[in-house]
Design a protein around this ligand. Sequence first.
Ligand code: MN3
Length: 235
Amino acid sequence: MSMNRRAMLRQAGVGAAALLLNPLAATAQDKMFTLPKLPYDYDALEPSIDKLTMEIHHDKHHQAYVTNLNNALKAQPDLFKEPIETILRNIDKVDAKIKQAVINNGGGHANHTMFWEIMGPKGGGKPAGKLAEAITSTFTSLDKLQELVNTKGLGQFGSGWSWLIVGKDKKLDVISTANQDSPLLTGATPVLGVDVWEHAYYLKYKNLRGDYLKAWWNVVNWANVGERFDKAMKG
Ligand code: MN3
């Protein structure tokens, strides 16, 4: 057995050892999480988000979260049956040994999967329908909401996200979280989120996080955000 494999087994625990030694004995591996395909070309969000940033962000960063999530869950393989959102909402059911790894990498997977979908090449403009009404009644205007999201994003010290969420009380709110902490961990439902990790903007915007945040609104896919809002209000 190579050192690598030995180290993997030690790290992943007995459940994973059984899987690795006898892959035919279990099907959990078939249900491992996979990197979703980007729903548009890497250069589709230019000039707001450059092609190279999208390539590295999706193919390397998001892939790493998926790989590390799968590695962690080998210690509790029954969780492969659950959608990542369900795992995060029920984080207390995750074994203490792997809980932080699931918060970090499961959060990374969920956050980025949503991030790709709430952006698009024909983005920008304004929300419609019930989401538009709720934004106006909660924040007075779209401008105010954008200002609040940008302020939270700028104020997030270090890495994290700025979010528009539907809270447990079914009200809209703007929050920021550190690292890859998902709003799902506290029972809220994210409907829009902007990644303020340096890997999301540094190649093009360098230290100017505020410029990135301003430009980011040009690629928001409001139709997708609206669907998430409608679902969160029903759920
Ligand atoms: Mn990211």
